[in-house]
Design a protein around this ligand. Structure first.
Ligand code: THU
Length: 129
């Protein structure tokens, strides 16, 4: 799967954002180890705290479909901002130290990783035996 195709998928998913409260539209696309793509967008709610971010929509959809191994994640916003803290924790949980592309509306992309976004992450091993 080419990186540009995954970026396109995230940008297309962004068009499906349900974001009438913030008007901040986010799309995400995750590629599985065997090359499948799952996408997500943010979905807001009049009860604001029930909102789910695009990254979690994509990852939860993939996991619910039986996926466990991920290669790469793309996050698309208007201005190329980084994922929120809650999503960083979920990305770490489900993807480990995955590579991540962050892209803006104009297609400017930058590369990062889960460990760069969330150093010293809390994880399963921290729970002990
Ligand atoms: N949002 C995401 O979808 N992903 C993030 O990583 C940051 C925030 C959404 C949530 C909400 O719908 C809107 O952006 C404004 O916070």
């Amino acid at each position: 799967m080419s990186r540009s195709r995954l970026i396109e998928e995230a940008q297309t998913a962004r068009n499906r954002a349900y974001a009438q409260y913030s008007n901040f539209h986010v799309g995400a696309a995750v590629e599985t180890a065997d090359g499948k793509i799952y996408t997500g967008c943010n979905i807001e709610n009049a009860s604001y705290s029930l909102t789910i971010c695009a990254e979690r929509t994509a990852l939860f959809t993939a996991v619910a479909a039986g996926e466990r191994h991920f290669n790469h994640l793309v996050v698309a916003t208007e201005n190329g901002v980084s994922p929120c803290g809650a999503c960083r924790q979920v990305i770490w949980e489900l993807c480990g130290d995955i590579s991540i592309t962050i892209v803006d509306e104009a297609g400017n992309a930058r590369e990062t990783s889960a460990s760069e976004l969330l150093p010293q992450a809390f994880c399963q091993q921290d729970l002990g035996s």
